[in-house]
Design a protein around this ligand. Structure first.
Ligand SMILES: [Zn+2]
Length: 444
């Protein structure tokens, strides 16, 4: 039996994960055991009406037979993933979880919580919800088809994310260990030691995006005040427990490891410029057609063309040094751009870029010398070539010097502080992809 929950938090992204702790406590009291890692599933980041992190949770409960992994501690009680047997969705479970949501949700016009209890959901729903826009009218028939139990408050739009979190097929999984403050500390300043986080990242092999070297600060602390003290991301869940031990911070009351689609690039669709739609994310191959310009506010904008159309790409101010990389591009360079698409004007908000090839840039240093008599030739006129005044020999080309480019072919990404939850850091890209083998196969 899967339980999915979404849209319980207004601006603060991480409160929905806190509900996982209370749901686990409640379900264990009722004799159920957790049969998988709790899920934190991020959905389409480009939806204008999303909550801050656009993350939903899903938990799988059943009858426990044998303890497998210790994955957390909630107010002094260990949380385990069990080997066990699945059970059928129960109306009692839906009522219990609705009770928790009702008690804990942020009461505002913007929240529209939803809970889904189901045996499974088709993965197509996940892929639509992470890449596109999904409406209640799309989801309700799917829920009914799966005989799911569901309920919502204030419109219950959260049912969409809750169902999508259950539908996630875990094609690419990372983990996040979240620590939680005692309730009395939720709205206070919290302290996480930057240096200890930098050190933790050096000493662990499979964690990512904990520390931003450009800003010289830890990025594991949520920017808003929420129950979360910090979250450490990695591809090996066992290592996250060691990593937690290396971070100096305020005292936490609970911790829990989630399986997530963060860093998966699941939101990215490889497409052509003519097929780009607003509120989606894509990878586009093309040539730079307009040299980058830095506009007011410090954003860098350029545009590419792939033969089917032209689109602007932007590296916004928070992407810091990434903007300098982008600014070094010139018309004619061949690139693959990754990012979310903003509406009006249609602009790709860059998450990363692969520079495939660079054009040669050259500057004229002198008129050519005559190949017959060696005298310096003179220009006939703009773009018309040169002629020797003495013997009349003509030549097209002047003497050029190649200008060294201050960018090289390869991958470039925004710093961790500007990374979207779903965006795959270069550190996680497969070797094949890093070499560009996949792109080359596709485009040649
Ligand atoms: Zn001559």
């Amino acid at each position: 039996m899967w339980i999915g929950v979404d849209d319980t938090d207004a601006r603060e992204g991480m409160c929905t994960t806190y509900l996982a702790l209370e749901i686990i406590e409640e379900m264990e009291r009722r004799g159920y055991a957790l049969l998988s890692f709790p899920r934190l599933v991020r959905l389409n980041p480009n939806i204008p009406w999303k909550t801050r992190g656009n993350g939903a949770i899903a938990l799988r409960f059943g009858r426990g037979v044998k303890k497998l992994h210790r994955i957390g501690e909630v107010r002094g009680r260990e949380v385990w993933v069990w080997e066990g047997e699945d059970v059928s969705p129960s109306p009692g479970a839906l009522r219990a979880v609705m009770g928790i949501v009702e008690r804990r949700r942020v009461r505002s016009r913007d929240t529209s919580p939803g809970v889904v209890v189901a045996e499974s959901m088709p993965s197509a729903l996940y892929w639509r919800a992470v890449r596109d826009v999904v409406w209640m009218r799309d989801v309700v028939p799917v829920l009914e088809g799966e005989k799911a139990l569901f309920s919502g408050i204030n419109g219950g739009r959260g049912v969409i994310g809750a169902a999508a979190a259950i539908a996630w097929d875990e094609r690419f999984v990372t983990y996040e260990l979240l620590t939680y403050l005692p309730e009395s500390e939720w709205f206070r300043e919290r302290w996480v030691d930057d240096a200890s986080v930098a050190e933790m990242e050096r000493r662990t092999r499979r964690t990512f995006d904990s520390y931003d070297p450009y800003q010289g600060r830890a990025v594991i602390k949520p920017s808003a005040r929420t129950p979360v003290l910090y979250g450490i991301r990695g591809t090996l869940w066992e290592e996250l427990v060691d990593a937690m031990g290396m971070v100096s911070a305020d005292r936490y009351e609970s911790w829990l490891i989630f399986a997530t689609n963060q860093g998966s690039d699941d939101h990215i669709v490889e497409t052509r410029v003519c097929d780009v739609r607003p509120f989606t994310s894509c990878a586009l191959y093309g040539r730079v057609v307009k040299n980058p310009v830095r506009i007011r506010g410090g954003h860098v904008i350029f545009s590419i063309d792939d033969g089917t159309g032209e689109i602007s790409c932007a590296a916004y101010r928070p992407t810091g040094p990434f903007r300098d990389v982008v600014q070094s591009l010139r018309a004619g360079d061949e690139v693959v751009v990754y990012g979310g698409v903003r509406d009006r004007p249609l602009t790709l908000n860059l998450e990363k870029i692969r520079v495939v090839s660079l054009i040669k840039l050259r500057v004229k240093v002198a008129n050519p010398r005559c190949p017959c008599c060696g005298k310096s030739m003179e220009s006939i006129g703009r773009n018309s070539g040169y002629r020797c005044r003495k013997c009349g020999t003509r030549s097209e080309d002047a003497v050029y010097r190649e200008v060294k480019r201050d960018i090289a072919p390869g991958w470039y990404e925004v710093p961790p502080s500007a990374r979207r939850h779903l965006a795959m850091p270069l550190a996680l890209l497969s070797d094949q992809k890093l070499r560009g083998v996949e792109d080359e196969k596709r485009h040649k």
